[in-house]
Design a protein around this ligand. Structure first.
Ligand SMILES: O=C(O)CCC(=O)C(=O)O
Length: 257
């Protein structure tokens, strides 16, 4: 359970970084499951220096469902989003790019009013000069959030054109992560990656507060490609009530085509 200071930190800055939330043994289990899922998804072919992204980690293995109701994840999500949150999907990524320019995963004033959360678990050490995630603290909220709008298309010159400096030089906070650390961040927070390296691995878990308006449903539909409204059977049929609750009623909420 988070304390008031941690909650205030998240609400003010848009992220919460928890060091060494998972043990070395747990990280070995997570990394092994991640590598197996990715290998299977590419038909056992070698990676050969390429990148890979899949959006079905939790659905793809029974080795990882423990993480969803583990108190370190579940209670933190409850603390940040409230008890009635929904499942937004999971991702596995192996990246090869040198940079992922500044962006917010959900951008715009209406998006900042609908609270969604992303959890990043990095499997490889990252540093400021080696591919760590950088965040612009406080940019999950207006007016800072929309002030950064000129950067949203992520074109190479946008930061120089707008602010006269390189993207890597914006005044940011570098979330330097070691395996075992976990980052919780608001989906409207601006973030980016610079000076990265090939083969960098991370998994992401996504959650949202339960949608209450048509705009929320439209946004979930748009950003998840409808996937939020087709929740995985492993969660729908889970023996754990807290996991079933995360997907309850979602199929019925799907917007009409
Ligand atoms: O590569 C990363 O660490 C972050 C990727 C990212 O920006 C995103 O998932 O939105």
């Amino acid at each position: 359970m988070l304390d008031n200071k941690q909650r205030d930190f998240y609400n003010t800055f848009g992220f919460l970084f928890q060091r060494q939330l998972f043990t070395v043994e747990e990280m070995t289990q997570l990394t092994t499951a991640f590598d197996q899922v990715m290998k299977k998804a590419r038909g056992d072919a070698p990676l050969d220096g390429g990148g890979q992204s899949i959006a079905e980690l939790i659905e793809a293995t029974t080795e990882l469902d423990w993480i969803l109701d583990d108190a370190r994840i579940y209670e933190t999500v409850t603390d940040l989003l409230g008890a009635d949150f929904i499942w937004g999907g999971s991702e596995c990524n192996i990246t090869t790019h040198d940079e992922h320019r500044w962006h917010a995963d959900r951008f715009g004033p209406t998006e900042t009013e609908f609270h969604r959360l992303k959890i990043m678990i990095y499997l490889d050490e990252t540093r400021a000069d080696r591919g760590c995630l950088r965040v612009l603290p406080g940019s999950h909220r207006e007016p800072y959030h929309s002030t950064l709008g000129p950067l949203i298309k992520q074109d190479a010159e946008a930061v120089v054109r707008t602010y006269g400096i390189e993207g890597a030089d914006l005044p940011d906070h570098a979330v330097e992560a070691k395996p075992g650390d976990v980052l919780f961040f608001c989906h409207t927070l601006w973030h980016g990656v610079y000076h990265s390296f090939p083969g960098r691995r991370f998994m992401a878990l996504k959650y949202a507060e339960r949608p209450t308006t048509k705009a929320h449903i439209r946004s979930l539909d748009l950003y998840s490609n409808g996937v939020v409204f087709k929740p995985p059977l492993v969660l729908q049929q889970s023996s754990k009530p807290c996991l079933r609750r995360m997907v309850e009623g979602l199929t019925e909420l799907a917007p009409n085509p």
